[in-house]
Design a binder for this molecule. Structure first.
Ligand SMILES: Cc1cc2nc3c(=O)[nH]c(=O)nc-3n(C[C@H](O)[C@H](O)[C@H](O)COP(=O)(O)OP(=O)(O)OC[C@H]3O[C@@H](n4cnc5c(N)ncnc54)[C@H](O)[C@@H]3O)c2cc1C
Length: 408
């Protein structure tokens, strides 16, 4: 029994591990080497799963689809599987799990070592152009020739990070065979802002929270370190909100990120704090009114955005209305969002192949028998923090085990 796996990323490698030894497994990879994206994960450290995995961490038209795979292969089980390959793991903050070695390379190397031991083959530099279902089995068409397989697992990933193997063509392998596509857009990516003074803030960062506002309506909020860049906003909270922001922009909705620079204060408390500060610093120009509390450039731009006053004015001249406006801006500083840094900088893609065309319990296609899929190609996108690799491993193992059933 021949099982072909298309794509040698996290999902494809997990699928291969699950069926190697039970069938004759070949991984077809378009790039010169396997796991290029895997090597880039977690800044080369590979945040391979997250102990806080649950469905609230996933997005898509039907996230309940992911439940079966995530319950069959929860983070603890994924860690056990890696331990059995010799990859020790450590727990870091927010439930994130990394290899103890601190190297994504160790994860890839050990997966490949075990696959080799189990007799799985790798065929690199071999993009599969199309899949032709036969009466029994499939032909895979590539520039290197035609390959036969009894079963196929499509693990060709998403459009994110084209320099690491991402491609819109990935989805075509399944859409050509009648599977539906949910519109794809970039996720886990930095956002561009049309805020006039954004360049003046570039390089500044603070710990606070970011709230997404769509067509004037407040949505999800995320806490953490936020970074101003010369194009807009970055940092974990922004990456977490990016998919919803981009999807809304694509639907021509207005998107704003409201930054709370002082989440530890209520609006009223911060207003009182500013009033007391004015009394303490009455002879100090506005230029330095808030320095020492915020980074200086943030302090100055905040005052400009709130009251548009000359910074040479003395703090004693601040009126109660102006203090209220500064407090209001510090609690919800509005940055209009105009776009993202694109697929090139995205760590994931939202949308993908519609889950309704697959069985959640096996990941086999409802349209074509003996055809399976896994990983990010599907319309399941995780938050930043190990959730996307967790989905790739869990769905990969499930697809591999399912395909290997009844192979003898
Ligand atoms: C910079 C970066 C950092 C990230 N960090 C993390 C992190 O720390 N933790 C986390 O959970 N997630 C992280 N992610 C996301 C994570 O890497 C992906 O969700 C995961 O790799 C998806 O696995 P996959 O197997 O579905 O796709 P991929 O890993 O993309 O693998 C798909 C493979 O298929 C190949 N392929 C595509 N088309 C064809 C074809 N026609 N024929 C043959 N081969 C083909 C591609 O070349 C690729 O090797 C990160 C992503 C990026 C870009």
């Amino acid at each position: 029994m021949k099982i072909a796996i298309i794509g040698g990323g996290a999902g494809g490698l997990a699928a291969a591990l699950a069926c190697a030894g039970k069938a004759q497994v070949t991984i077809y990879e378009k790039e010169p080497r396997l796991g290029r994206k895997l090597l880039a994960t977690g800044n080369g450290r590979c945040n391979l799963t997250n102990r806080h995995t649950d469905l609230t961490r996933y997005h898509g038209k039907n996230t309940a689809f992911a439940q079966y795979a995530l319950e069959a292969f929860p983070p603890k089980k994924v860690e056990e599987i890696f331990a059995s390959l010799g990859v020790a793991t450590v727990l870091e903050d927010w439930g994130r799990i990394f290899p103890r070695s601190g190297q994504a390379q160790a994860v890839l190397d050990n997966l490949r070592l075990f696959l080799k031991l189990k007799g799985a083959e790798e065929m690199v530099d071999c993009p599969i152009k199309s899949i032709v279902p036969l009466k029994k089995g499939f032909n895979l068409i590539s520039e290197k020739g035609k390959f036969f397989a009894d079963k196929v697992i499509i693990a060709s990933g998403s459009a994110a990070a084209p320099h690491l193997g991402g491609s819109m063509d990935s989805y075509r392998l399944l859409t050509d065979l009648g599977h539906q596509l949910v519109p794809v857009s970039e996720a886990i990516v930095q956002l561009k802002s049309s805020f006039g003074a954004i360049k003046a803030l570039s390089g500044q960062k603070f710990n606070g929270s970011a709230q997404l506002i769509i067509d004037g309506r407040p949505q999800r909020k995320e806490d953490g370190e936020i970074l101003f860049t010369d194009y807009g906003l970055s940092g974990l909270p922004i990456l977490q909100l990016s998919a919803s922001a981009i999807q809304s922009l694509n639907k021509k909705k207005s998107v704003t990120i409201a930054l709370d620079l002082v989440p530890e204060y209520t609006l009223k408390e911060f207003c009182s704090f500013l009033t007391a500060r004015k009394n303490q610093r009455s002879q100090i120009p506005l230029e330095d009114f808030l320095s020492g509390f915020f980074p200086k450039r943030i302090a100055q731009q905040l005052i400009k955005a709130a009251i548009n006053a000359p910074l040479s004015r003395l703090s004693q001249s601040l009126t109660a209305e102006e203090l209220a406006a500064i407090a209001q801006t510090a609690k919800a500083w509005q940055f209009p969002i105009s776009g993202s840094m694109g697929f090139k900088n995205a760590q994931a893609a939202s949308g993908g192949i519609a889950t309704c065309d697959f069985y959640a319990e096996t990941l086999e296609s409802k349209i074509i028998k003996n055809l399976y899929t896994c990983g990010e190609i599907l319309d399941i996108t995780g938050d930043c923090g190990g959730f996307n690799l967790q989905w790739a491993w869990a769905s990969g193992f499930l697809a591999g085990f399912s395909a290997a059933k009844n192979t003898v």
